[in-house]
Design a protein around this ligand. Structure first.
Ligand code: FAD
Length: 413
């Protein structure tokens, strides 16, 4: 008698979900795969939404993770416009918003995260947008153009990327940040100052330490922003870039262990042996730093997709990667490796005013993280140094006349 093959159901047809479906086939998994997504289009790359897509340098084809035919050709059942409302772990079933039920043998939760919608009066006015989906980006692109004024609530990387892109489209931009500096949550003051100056030199204005009290609107359409100090700023549109929340609600309701993200191990396993979770929705171990962390990046989604696909197909767990991500603004390519946990020193290699430099975050003589602006060797070798945990010569690292190759070779000697 032939053994029946397990049915893998993936909730969330985003970067992680789309990747794990493709990897399962690549790893010769022959059972049925159902990939469920609430958006109307197949899995796509989100990073271009604030960059190339907004500037008109990407199209639907280049945005897609795989062409639509890929799913049928690989026997992956792709259900779009379908939202899972509940997971029944005892019955091993998922229930859809429309009442339908689907049984699984193995479940992968890849529901990502959602943009935070701050409770500001009249935030539901027309022209006030989040930027999480292709539909959001399409709306923004249609609204912005030469002479339009855009207010961006939140001076994080997404806000800065949007600002750079829409300046290129001829729009005026003001960034409203409640902290006294931009990038407070994710970067140190040197980098924040560099980005602010770079944007200001290209016409972006900043309101720092400001409280957005309410939005002004006329006939349901946004016309401006009221600040806590009583000032009003006119604008034609608003983008809210105030961070994201993990979409962990269905996992929590099903009783899976969660702590601001579904808790998983390095095989992407949750507290239920039949359920995996991957991508933005998880809080995962970071062995390099000996802690748990929730990452919001494409490389993390890819790494965890590999972990889950390997575990499901009985392959050895892949080697743990040094986390990394990137941000593109104007002609700046920033690459970040690691996280500056417990760093005691920030070492600047190169001159920020040249727009080609790197910040190394050190804990003792170990590199914890590197932020490299237009400096690929610093990023690549910095990433190596983070992974190896070996001591580095601080003096040499700070000297841009000594190549990174030499800095790393010195450490190996
Ligand atoms: P997602 O890609 O968000 O996919 C989750 C999917 O699940 C979504 O389609 C969602 O609709 C669906 N879903 C949720 N709940 C349900 C449900 N109950 N039923 C059915 N479907 C559901 N990362 C980088 O590394 N570099 C960058 O430069 C970068 N830039 C970015 C720019 C923007 C504008 C955005 C929005 C993100 C950016 N990111 C960047 C982050 C990166 O895109 C995410 O980390 C990545 O998409 C995470 O993949 P994921 O599959 O976990 O989540």
């Amino acid at each position: 008698m032939q053994e029946s093959k397990p049915h893998v159901v993936i909730i969330g047809a985003g970067h992680a979900g789309g990747t794990v479906a493709a990897l399962l086939r690549q790893y010769e998994f022959t059972g049925p795969i159902t990939l469920i997504g609430e958006e109307p289009i197949p899995p796509y790359h989100r990073p271009p939404l604030s960059k190339a897509w907004l500037k008109g340098e990407a199209n639907a084809e280049s945005l897609a993770l795989k062409p639509l035919e890929f799913y049928a050709e690989n026997n992956i059942d792709l259900w779009l416009n379908a939202r899972v409302a509940r997971v029944d772990r005892v019955g091993k079933k998922v229930a859809f918003l429309n009442g339908n039920i689907l049984a699984y043998d193995i479940l992968i939760i890849a529901t990502g995260s959602r943009a935070i919608y701050p409770p500001i009066p009249r935030a539901d006015s027309g022209g006030i947008m989040l930027l999480r989906t292709a539909a959001d980006a399409e709306q923004l692109k249609a609204t912005i153009g030469p002479g339009k004024r855009l207010a961006i609530v939140g001076g994080g990387y997404i806000g800065l990327e949007v600002a750079a892109s829409v300046r290129g489209m001829g729009a005026e931009v003001v960034i409203l940040e409640r902290e006294e500096r931009i990038l407070k949550r994710v970067a140190n003051p040197i980098l924040a100052k560099f980005f602010q100056s770079y944007h200001e030199a290209r016409g972006v204005t900043f309101e720092l330490g400001c409280h957005v009290a309410s939005f002004g609107s006329e006939n349901g359409q946004v016309t401006g922003v009221w600040l806590g100090d009583g000032r009003g700023l006119l604008c034609d549109a608003v983008v809210i870039g105030a961070g994201v929340h993990p979409n962990e609600d269905i996992a929590k309701e099903a009783g899976l262990e969660c702590d601001h993200g579904i808790l998983v191990d390095l095989e992407a396993r949750t507290s239920d042996p039949y359920i995996f979770a991957i991508g933005d929705v998880t809080r995962r171990p970071m062995p390099i730093y000996d802690c748990l962390f929730r990452m919001e990046s494409v490389p993390n989604a890819l790494e965890q997709a590999k972990q889950a696909a390997a575990a499901i197909t009985g392959r050895p767990a892949p080697a743990v990667e040094v986390p990394w991500q990137w941000s593109d603004q104007y002609d700046l390519k920033m690459q970040i490796a690691g996280y500056p946990f417990e760093a005691d020193t920030v070492l600047v290699r190169g001159e920020p005013t040249s727009a080609k430099f790197a910040l190394f975050h050190l804990k003792g003589d170990q590199v914890q993280a590197v932020e490299a602006i237009n400096s690929p060797p610093e990023f690549m070798m910095g990433r190596q140094l983070i992974g190896s945990r070996k001591a580095v010569d601080r003096v040499k690292l700070a000297d841009p006349t000594i190549s990174m190759k030499e800095v790393v070779a010195e450490r190996d000697a």
